[in-house]
Design a protein around this ligand. Sequence first.
Ligand code: C2O
Ligand code: CU
Length: 466
Amino acid sequence: MNLNRRNFCKLGAGAAAAALAPYHFALAQTEDGFLEIRAQKAEQSLYPDSPKSTIWTYNGTTPGPEIRVKQGERVKVRFINELDEPSSIHWHGVRIENAMDGVSGLTQNAVKPGERFEYDFVAPDAGTYWYHAHNRSWNQVGRGLYGPLIVEEPYPTFDSEHDITLVIDDWLLDQNGQFDEGSMGMIMDWSHAGRLGNWITVNGKSMPEIDLRAGEPYRLRLINVSNARTLELDPNRFEAKILAFDGQPLPEPISMPYEPYLLSSAQRVDLLVIPKEGQDFVLEELSGNKPFPFATFRVTGKVNGAPSVPVLKPNALTEPDLNAATTHRSLITGGAMGRMGNMTYKGAPLGRQEMMQSMQFWAFNGVANLPEQQFFTAKRGETVIIEMINDTAWPHAMHVHGHHFRIEEREGSTIDEGRPWKDTFLIGPSQTTKIAFVADNPGQWLLHCHMLEHAAAGMTTWFEVV
Ligand code: C2O
Ligand code: CU
C-alpha cells in the first residue's frame, strides 16, 4: 500500500494477536419476530494496545451482529437510530423489494435521530451479503456502520465450525492508533482514490488468529467493507479455491487464474480452504512494497482421509438475453488528473470554484450526484446492457442495486473479473465494460461507485424498472 504504515508496522510486530471469537452473535429479538438493530456510538479499540476510538456501531460493535437467515426466509429488522444524524440500512447485494432497499433520499426518507424503521423482506438468494448505512455513507460506513448478512442454503453445507465470516475494514488511524477524525471529508480523498487507511481489521480485531484443523474443508467469507480500499489478495498462496463471488456460487470451485486477486469495496468472495498439516498461513494485502498480513490461520491436527467438500448450488438468476437487449451508455468523467469536461450539479454548470464548494468532482454522462432524471427506464423483464466508459485516471467499484449482472465485455485495461454474477464490478482507468442483467425487479435503483467518497462526490445515479 502506498501509505505511511511504517509507524504502525513497527508497533504491530510486537503486539499480541487477538484471538478471533466465533463469529456468531446472539441478536436481541423482540416478541414480534423483529431483530433490533440500534445505530449507536461506542468505544472500540482499533489497534493493539491503543486507546479506544469512538466509532459508530450497530448494537455496540463494529461490525454489527451477523444476521443469519435461511434462503427464502423473511429478514425482519427494527432499525432504531440513536445517532445524532439521520440514517438508513441498505442490504447490499440482496435482490430485495424496492421499498426495503434502504437508500435514504431514493427508496425511503432517512430515519431521523430517535426514530425507527422496520425492514421486512425475503432474501431470495443464498450467499454472503452485508448491510450498511446508506445516508452519508462515506461518513457512516467509514465510522463503522456495517455488518454481515449471511443467507444460508436450505440444504446442508459447511457447518458453523467450518463457515467463517471475515469482515475486512481499512481504517485510517492517527499516531495514537485511534480513528483519525481530522481526515474525514478531505477534498484530496474525494477527488483522488477515496479515503484510504493505514490499518486493517478483521471482524473489528487486529491481526486475529484463527484455528483450523488440517484436512477439513472451510468456507471463508471475505467481505470488503472498506470505504475505498481495493484489497489485493492471493488465495493461491494457500491453495484456496473460489466458491462464490458477491454471494453467487460458481458452478464449481475454481482456482484464481491470476494474481493478485482484487477485492474492491463492497465485493465479497467465498473461499474454499483445506488446510495442510502443520502449514499455518496468513491473509495478506499485497498492494504495498511489502505484504501486509492481517489475519493468521493456525492449523492443528492430522489429516484423516479425503475431505468431503460440500457443494453449493447456483441461485436461480435469469440469464440476460443479449439478442433482445437495450444498451445504455454511461461516460464517467472527472477526478484529479482527468478531463472534467462539462459537468452539471443540481442543474447548474460545475466550474472549478463550484466544484470545490460543493465537493462534486465526478459525473456520469456529465451529471453529478443523484440527478432528478433517471439514467434510464427499463421495462420489467427486459435485458439491459450498461456500457460504462471510464474516462478518468482512477479505478472505480460500480454497484448496481436490486440486481446481479454478468460482465459481458471489457477493453482497455488489465482488470478482468471473468463472467460470474456480481453486484459490484471494478472498472480500470480508461476501461470500457459492458454488464448485462434482466431488469426484473421493479422500482428505483441506485447505481454508484462504492468507493464511498466518489459516490458522495458525484458518482451516483439511478435507473427505474417499471
Ligand atoms: Cu453497498 Cu448503494 O451500496
Ligand atoms: Cu469511484
